[in-house]
Design a binder for this molecule. Structure first.
Ligand code: ADP
Ligand code: MG
Length: 222
């Protein structure tokens, strides 16, 4: 589902450089990424999603070279294949929770907002424990509730690849386990691979593989 070769990325301002010689994620595989803050975990997810562009190297998502695509094609690939739960949620304040969850359908012409999709959003929200809060705006939601909205938005398109950045970070232990169950259930039903950055070490046994990111940390040469 993901194939990375000789990836090098440097932020324009210099300073931090990420090098990932080789990383492969099979269809349906569940991989956890751990590592110290600032080791480039979020950067890697942004590279896979085509939000950032590497200096060199190759990233394939479902056989398509993200790195060779233009901006519009990358956006299409993202919409059709990837569900991204952002570390800071990235909800839009002026939209209700329901509109946030359905947002991918607003911005992606290839996705059509059918009654089935609306029903799926409702079922997901109920399973996440926010079924009765869908008309609220983010300002009226707790951190944990915002996180659940972000998770529902990532799952509603039934993506083949779920990228999750600390998706359980703001939840209590019971909710963490329940949300991860839901994420894995949805992933299994859709045959989706999960790449999850997490600091919750008690959740690691639930993944098939754990990658420690400390090894990839490198400063750019000055
Ligand atoms: P992690 O998610 O593992 O905590 P990040 O990928 O967010 O780490 O960041 C890796 C490094 O890149 C950090 O040193 C961070 O300060 C730096 N960094 C992140 N975003 C930017 C940016 N937009 N411009 C320059 N440096 C950045
Ligand atoms: Mg991060």
């Amino acid at each position: 589902m993901v194939d990375i070769d000789d990836l090098v990325f440097t932020y324009g301002s210099g300073g931090f450089q990420l090098r990932v010689p080789k990383l492969a994620l099979a269809r349906g595989e569940r991989l956890a990424i751990v590592g110290p803050s600032g080791s480039g975990k979020t950067t890697l997810l942004n590279l896979i999603a085509g939000i950032l562009t590497p200096d060199s190297g190759q990233i394939l998502v479902d056989g398509a070279a993200v790195t060779g695509l233009g901006e519009a094609a990358r956006r299409r690939l993202r919409a059709s294949h990837i569900g991204f739960v952002f570390q800071d949620f990235a909800l839009l304040d002026y939209l209700s929770a329901r509109q946030n969850i359905l947002y991918p359908y607003r911005i992606t012409p290839a996705l059509s907002l059918t009654p089935e999709v609306r029903a799926r959003a409702q079922v997901l929200a109920a399973a996440c424990g926010i079924g009765d809060k869908l008309d609220r705006h983010p300002a009226a939601l707790s951190q944990g509730e915002k996180q659940r909205v972000a998770i529902c938005r990532a799952l509603v398109t039934q993506p083949k690849l779920i990228l999750s950045d600390e998706a359980t970070g703001n939840l209590d232990p019971d909710s963490k386990a329940r949300i991860l169950d839901l994420l894995f259930e949805q992933a299994a039903a859709a045959g989706a691979a999960v790449l999850a950055v997490t600091h919750d070490h008690e959740l690691l046994p639930r993944f098939e593989r754990v990658l420690d990111f400390a090894q990839y940390r490198q400063e750019a040469p000055v």
